[in-house]
Design a protein around this ligand. Structure first.
Ligand SMILES: [Fe+2]
Length: 275
């Protein structure tokens, strides 16, 4: 079991002054925690912008408007009946479909304003999909790199198509981008292989590999990064390569954070059109 790197910075200015240090940790550790930050929402936006100048994301000083949301998982009632070691918010990657039609979500700036349950409850799990790629055989790396997949999502009816292996926007690593949506509904299937329609053997090989990757993310505890929250934590996860999930044991009143999404300032993903 791994844990995020923890920095103890208590003001927005201290965080901003240490942006380079945070960046170095972010590149290798997937998720960085600033403990005792206790930021106001206004300061959270300021930190997101100033880090954006250094990390190369929006919001930043020239695009200051951050996309803010509140997360207390109100819609998922089962979190209260599950324990702090059971996943209630399934493993997912943040909107893989945005690669085509929107800029993807590449990081979060999560400000835990309320956390009044035990730190063993409401944990967030992360899994590094750059490691997932690196641990594959050369044959499977090569196979997956040629795959464009079609996915369906509960949020939209139309299938969409994306590259399974993509290059990380900051580190240049090869990253696996799987649509593990939070309800784990419809698995992806092979759409194109080498920019042509796949053979039956290629389709079948993809399904086996896809199921192995999903199972590894869900079940491999040895490479899992586990964050145990405290009130006032500012968590900065890499959501381009960070699959994530959350565990139960709390009610919505006990755990609420304000998040800001970070997106790339420019994006050159290959657009794959359905034919
Ligand atoms: Fe998420």
């Amino acid at each position: 079991m791994l844990e995020p790197r923890i920095f103890n910075f208590s003001t927005a200015n201290e965080i901003i002054d240490n942006a380079e240090k945070i960046l170095e940790s972010f590149k290798t550790d997937i998720v960085v925690c600033i403990r005792g930050a206790n930021l106001s929402i206004e300061d959270q936006h300021l930190v997101a912008q100033k880090l954006g100048d250094v990390f190369g994301w929006a919001p930043n000083s020239s695009e200051p408007s951050g996309e803010q949301y509140v997360e207390s998982h109100k819609r998922l009632e089962n979190k209260e009946s599950l324990s702090g070691d059971e996943v209630f918010l399934n493993w997912h990657m943040e909107h893989v479909e945005y690669d085509q039609t929107n800029f993807p979500i590449i990081a979060g700036i999560w400000n835990m304003l309320t956390f009044t349950t035990d730190s063993e409850n409401g944990k967030t799990y992360f899994y590094d999909t750059a490691n997932l790629y690196n641990n594959l055989s050369d044959k499977d790396k090569d196979f997956l790199s040629r795959c464009d997949c079609t996915w369906s999502d509960y949020l939209r009816e139309d299938p969409y198509v994306s590259q399974v292996v993509q290059t990380h926007w900051l580190t240049g690593e090869k990253v696996i981008r799987l649509n593990l949506n939070e309800r784990s509904t419809i698995p992806g299937n092979l759409y194109n292989f080498d920019n042509r329609k796949p053979t039956e053997d290629e389709r079948n090989y993809f399904v086996g590999l896809r199921d192995f990757l999903v199972k590894t993310i869900q079940e491999s505890t040895q490479d899992r990064i586990i964050h145990k929250w405290q009130q006032g934590d500012l968590l900065i996860p890499d959501l381009f390569k960070g699959a994530h999930a959350a565990t139960g044991g709390f009610s919505s009143e006990q755990r609420e954070f304000v998040g800001i999404w970070a997106r790339p300032t420019n994006w050159t993903a290959r657009v794959i059109l359905e034919s």
